[in-house]
Ligand binder design. Structure first.
Ligand SMILES: [Zn+2]
Length: 245
């Protein structure tokens, strides 16, 4: 454990160099450099954490998930890790500032943030809905892949994992729209063959209905002329069918 004087000096040095919206606090094994949300001054959340252990190791967390993989390696690249003591204080503090500045070269992955795809989210098991509890500015509500890298370089919008889910959902949406269109296609959009077949089928239905009505009419007329004659089976069936329709 570094001395009180070293801890106080590290806190003072790093705090003076941190960007706006970043805070630096100490615990029993190291320091937390915290990036706070800025949309609501009072109701804040911690969006990123750079944890610097007294022994010189760094851990990075985005939305409480540990950053791993290539972005993690990039953020820590070429740094010389030193345990904190009175002689290494400057290098240690410089490492903290360097890591924080590198993390700031990345933005949060926006996920599949298209509201028109939102109806597919509850049933898509490739990821989960993100209601933006960390108050990010890039999106209001999104769908994040289980493979989300959480960070992307500033000029990118979504990570590779979320891009795959985005393409998958766009494709599914297009297929669903095509099916819907097919079901409700207006006659003036149908080609001649399809139109003819559709009219032929409608004509057949109409003729069948007309034949049934004619038959019933003649049966009813017959009954009216011969009072108290029981309704025959055929007519009874037709009446039931008509009532059901
Ligand atoms: Zn992502």
């Amino acid at each position: 454990m570094p001395s009180e004087a070293v801890l106080a000096e590290t806190l003072r040095t790093v705090t003076a160099l941190l960007p706006l919206h970043w805070k630096f606090i100490q615990d029993r094994e190291g320091f937390h450099a915290l990036c706070l949300s800025r949309n609501n001054r009072k109701n804040i959340s911690i969006q990123r954490v750079v944890y610097a252990s007294f022994d010189g190791a760094f851990d990075i967390f985005i939305h409480r998930k540990e950053l791993l993989g290539s972005w993690h390696d990039d953020v820590l690249r070429d740094l010389v890790f030193v345990p904190l003591n009175s002689t290494s204080l400057k290098v240690f503090a410089d490492n903290v500032i360097q890591v924080v500045n590198r993390v700031r070269k990345y933005e949060i992955c926006a996920g599949v943030d298209l509201p028109e795809l939102a109806d597919l989210w509850p049933t898509d098991n490739l990821g989960k809905i993100d209601e933006n509890p960390y108050d990010e500015s890039r999106y209001e509500r999104t769908f994040r892949s289980h493979d989300c890298a959480y960070l992307v370089p500033l000029q990118h919008w979504r990570c590779q994992g979320c891009s795959r889910v985005y393409h998958n959902q766009t494709k599914r949406k297009k297929t669903a729209l095509k099916e819907e269109l097919h079901k409700n296609t207006r006659n003036d959009y149908l080609n001649e063959d399809v139109k003819r077949a559709k009219f032929k089928s409608l004509q057949k239905d109409f003729q069948n209905a007309k034949r049934k009505i004619d038959h019933l009419q003649s049966q009813v007329t017959k009954l009216m002329n011969q009072e108290s004659v029981p309704i025959d089976n055929d007519l009874s069936e037709n009446l039931t069918e008509i009532l059901r329709d």
